[in-house]
Design a protein around this ligand. Structure first.
Ligand SMILES: Nc1ncnc2c1ncn2[C@@H]1O[C@H](COP(=O)(O)OP(=O)(O)OP(=O)(O)O)[C@@H](O)[C@H]1O
Ligand SMILES: [Mg+2]
Length: 269
């Protein structure tokens, strides 16, 4: 991992969206979305099927061009014209399908397209050394870096995909449903990994349908509903019921009920 990029200090905003909208034909997938992610912060992006989560991630990753709105990466106004440009700007995305090469080993996958070359030869020893170093920093449990990734478990494959995204030295890592297909132990391993990313000072944007995962690992939760912002919660000050109410759009939810109670108390005093 190169250290040439200047990293934003802890708490600095690594991603900031304002008024982002995206329409597909008759479908208004995103309307006027605002979202911030800071360095050293895990933000969960939640919402029902079709709420616009993947579309939003793809708009940030340069897969879709927003119809309107602004995007700042590392405090600078950015126009992301494609996935390669997003990577250059420090945005790494692990899509749900992971896009690993099953027949290549862990080292081959980590360094695919950015092999280390010494005197005209691919330097396997150095790539292997750096692979172990990175996996060790992430406390990842991979038995060998010389086995094809096809023989790894789902959690280990997710780990390899996340480790690979770090080689581009990003300031923001976006993960689309990283625990969706995993068992209990493997989920715990991936959530550990997310915590390592936060410790490294990265901003993490995590899409998840699993409320337990969200409450366990996120600092803040951003809810999308029908393509719009429908609440931002600080995890330490909220319950999963509050978040679920915002996801489903329950009008008489705990948040509005509590706010109502409080305003009545204030009026009475
Ligand atoms: N490429 C596309 N062309 C047309 N419509 C699209 C396209 N991508 C997404 N949509 C529509 O935009 C809306 C938001 O979809 P999106 O995939 O972002 O939802 P999501 O929140 O990721 O849902 P899920 O939880 O099911 O993954 C949906 O109505 C979807 O059908
Ligand atoms: Mg999706």
């Amino acid at each position: 991992m190169s250290s040439s990029t200047t990293r934003p200090g802890p708490g600095a905003t690594v991603l900031s969206l304002e008024g982002v909208s995206k329409r597909f034909g008759a479908v208004q997938a995103l309307s006027d979305i605002a979202l911030d992610v800071r360095a050293g912060e895990v933000v969960a992006l939640v919402g029902d099927n079709g709420a616009g989560k993947s579309t939003l991630i793809k708009a940030i990753a340069g897969v879709h061009t927003p119809d309107s709105g602004t995007l700042e990466i590392g405090g600078k106004r950015a126009k992301v014209r494609g996935p390669a440009e997003a990577q250059k700007l420090g945005v790494a995305t692990v899509f749900q399908d992971l896009a690993l090469c099953d027949n290549l080993d862990v080292v081959g996958n980590l360094f695919l397209g950015r092999e280390i070359v010494k005197r005209g030869q691919i330097d396997e020893t150095e790539m292997e050394r750096q692979s172990w170093k990175l996996l060790k920093e992430l406390s990842a449990r991979i038995p060998s870096v010389r086995i094809p990734v096809a023989s790894l478990s789902g959690g280990q494959r997710q780990t390899v995909a996340i480790a690979r995204s770090l080689l581009g030295d990003p300031q923001l890592v976006m993960l689309d449903e990283p625990t969706a297909a995993l068992g209990v132990a493997q989920t715990a391993e991936v959530l550990n990994l997310v915590e390592r990313l936060r410790e490294r000072g990265l901003g993490v944007l995590l899409i998840s349908h699993n409320m337990a995962d969200v409450m366990a690992v996120a600092d803040r939760v951003v809810v999308l509903r029908l393509g719009r912002n429908n609440g931002t919660f600080t995890v330490s000050q909220t319950t999963s019921q509050d978040v679920i109410a915002a996801i489903t759009g329950a009008t008489n939810n705990a948040v509005s009920a509590r706010a109502h109670r409080r305003s009545q108390q204030e009026e009475a005093s």
